[in-house]
Every structure is written in structure tokens, then in C-alpha cells.
Ligand binder design. Sequence first.
Ligand code: ADP
Ligand code: MG
Length: 508
Amino acid sequence: MSHSVEGHVPSGVDARSSKSESAAKPNDRKSCNERGEKVRAILKARLGEDIYSSWFNALEFESFDGRLVIATVPVKFLKSWIQSHYADDLLECCAAEFEGAERIDIVVRQPGMSKPAGQASQTAGQPNTAAAVEVPSSEQRRPLSRPGPAFLVGRTHASGFEGSPLDPRYTFDTFVVGPANRMAHAAATQVAETVLADDRAFNPLYLHSNVGLGKTHLQHAIAWEVKRQSKAQVLYLTAERFRYQFVEAIKSQDALAFKDKFRLIDILLIDDLEFMRGEKTEQEFEHIVNSLLDGGKQVVVASARPPAQLDGLNDRMRSRLQRGLVTEISSLDPALRLKILEKRAQEKRATDPSFEIPSAVVELLADKLTESGRELEGAINRLYLTWQLMHAPVTLDIAETIIRDLVQGIEPRRIKIEDILRIVSRHYAVSKQDILSQRRHRSVVRPRQIGMYLAKHLTSRSLPEIGRRFGDRDHTTVLHAIRKIDKEVGENPRLKDEIEELKRQLHR
Ligand code: ADP
Ligand code: MG
């Protein structure tokens, strides 16, 4: 099947047909795919699994005319990143398979653009790569060259308006990059570099993850970097602070002045967006974000939830927040946790060179502290304090105690059966009465069983107790439900995801 990349061939490219005989039927889709697969393997061997899956999983080979290879990616950001970091690698790896290739052009796939036959989505199971990235918009931009008074983050502005404070330790230098956060980190550095440029890769940037995985760290790093490099006006605000300032402004009948403060901002960073509450506050936020984006200013948002799950904001705002780059930081893998611990220990050593942590202790911490960077930071602080007191290497026993304290300290709040009933009934759109009733229709039985399953796994209630709370049922019914769902979860990844999502909602 011959294939043309109509409309996607960059201007100036001579899309003529085959030049060399060796590249017989160069534009043949199948052969392009086959060769593409080989190029992928070479790239993977050359760059390592980690880098490969972060940047090349979503790359597809579209055509080859004997000279020019056209590859596609789903988002502009990937295109610019690959071009600026891996252009030579890519061309060299291509040249081995696409004989005669002189150039490779990467184009952004249009949403409806077909994938090469036989090539399934490469992004499945890669929550931190393009799968978690939405297609960027072509937000209107205009040049940003406007003089204005300095507006410093964390300081009181002449008018009394304050940003939230920035932590001096949260910079790009102290951020450790790994598979969990590679995309988010790259996007953040890109935002910092291009804040005053016209050709920004994406806007807004939306980071989301569970707590403690580095969203705030990256936002502060962007803010510091922008301030270091340019005269751009930076404003970092937590959603709570935004709300507080806005409410104060309304109280003092200063709402217009509040709005006006944002006029001079080049980059607005909003943290913990899930806490943006209150109808008026949300409206004001939407208005401000829209006018910043319309005016070509950069917006960066961090939240515990993806845009689609932000209940408070209206649909238009949610979709606007999705139009730039949405990327998730996934949980930190053991190697990354180890590196973060080592980095933190190193920072302590900068002030106290004698500080040591035996590697067995670091490994134990990396192994046990699985939830968030906060625990890791806490652990190093505790170890350092212990070190200062005792001036002897920390033993594994002490490390165990520290771990116990930390893990207990961050234990998620106790989940109640009432919460489970509420979340399950909302998720499956059945009423709580129906769940508790004797109805045996599948649409009711299923959520009921899932509810019991969650109650067993997330609370310390006994089976008879769970039965009682789920409409006075016998404990054998509960047991049957739990076994059934347990088994299905093992077999059905969709159900597994569904349950994970319910758990996430319950842990919020
Ligand atoms: P979030 O905002 O996602 O809840 P934070 O940015 O507050 O998370 O991170 C929690 C702690 O973990 C901070 O001390 C932060 O410096 C640290 N941390 C998280 N990820 C990393 C990383 N990749 N490298 C270094 N420190 C990290
Ligand atoms: Mg945070």
C-alpha cells in the first residue's frame, strides 16, 4: 500500500519517489513498518530501555522516499524534545535500516491520522509517556516584551499582593530524574527556558500525581529558573492562597484590583489546584487563566487529579487545561528512591562533610519508604539528627525505627464504610438505598459486591460487620462477594483499574 503524508510534509521537502534501487518500494507501508521496528530495537539498545520508553515509545515511522524518513509523534513536545536531544542518534539508527536516508523529519500526528498498519499503540502501560499526554493546542501567542515593575514571588508587592513562598532547595539541580518523572521534568525545564519565547511547545503545562512525588518541587524549580534567567514576572500561588487573596480582595471591595495584579504576570504557577474551591473563586480563577492564556502568557498547574476529575471547574476550563501538555508523575521506583536519598544525603554532607550513612541503611530506606519523596526527605533529616547526636554511623535498627515512625506518620486516613458506600454509589450511579436493598439486578449486585470487597481490603471490619452495614447480609454472602471480585481482579485488568480508581478516590 502506498502512503502519502499529504499535508504533513514540511514545506520545502522534496517528496519525490525512490532515489536508489536498494530502497525498493521505499514508501511501502509494510516495509516501512518492518524497518521502523528494527530502528526501534537499535535505538533501544543504544539509549537504554529507560530513555527509549520515555521518548520513543510513541514514535512511528510513516514513510520513506529513499532520502527522507518521516516519523510521527502524538504531541509537539515529543517532537521538539527528540529533535533537540536525540536528532543525531535517531538519524544514525535510521540510516542503518533506511538505506540512503539523509534526513528525518518528525511531524506531529493529527488526532485522526492513521497509524501504520499492524502497529498497535506503543504507549499502553506507560502512564508517564505519551499515553498520559494530551494533544497540544496552538494557543494564540503574542510576543512578550513589555516593561513592567518587578513583581517578585514570595515578597510583598507594592499593593500588598503576595505569592506563596518558594523553597530555595527546590531547584532543577536538586531534582532527581527517573522514569517516573522524566516527561514532567523535561516539560518543566522546557517551560522555564521558553517562558518569554514565542514558540512555546505547549501551554498550559499540567502536572498531576499522588502526593509527595515532586510536583511542587518542579513548580518551584521552574520559578527559580525563570527568575534566574530572565526578567519575566513570575507568580507562584497555591490554590488556597489564591482563594484567600481573592476573598480578602472582595472583602475590601478590591476585586478589580485583584484581577489587575495578574495583568503583568508572564508565568503563573498554581499549585494544588484541587483545593480551588468556592464558586466565585473558581470563576475568578477561570477568568484569570483564560486571559493569561489568551494573552500568550505561560500557565503551569499542579494538582493531585487530572483535569477531567476536577469537580469544581466547568467543562470549558477543564478542556482548556487539557489543551497544553498534561503529564503524570508516577510512583517512584526503587532505583529513583535510592538516588533521591543519596542526593539528599549529599546535600547534608555539603554542610557537614563527616555525615555518613551506611549503604545498607540507604538501601533499606529506599526499599521500605515507597510512598513519596516526603518520606525520603523526612528519613534523611531524621538520620542526620541522629548522626549529630551520636556521631556514629546509623545502625539498621535505628533506621527501622525511623521507618516505622515515618510510615505510621503518613498512614492514610481511616476509611469508613460510609465513605465506601458514598464513593461506590456515585461511581456506579446507583443509590445507596439500592446497594443496601434486597434487589438482585446486576446493576446493583455488582457495585454492592465491589463495595464489600473494598470494605474488606480498606477497613478493619469483620465479615459479619461488613454484612450488617451492607443491608444486613450474611457473612457468607460477604465472603462470596470478596472471593468473586478478588478472582476477577486477577483476570480483568479493566476491573483492576476501576478498583484502583475507587481506592484513590477513597484515599483522598
Ligand atoms: P508534591 O507536590 O507532588 O506533593 P513535593 O514536590 O512536595 O511533592 O515533593 C515532596 C518531597 O519529595 C520534597 O522534599 C521533594 O523535594 C522530594 N522529591 C520528590 N520527587 C523528587 C525528585 N525526583 N528528586 C528530588 N526530590 C524529590
Ligand atoms: Mg505539592
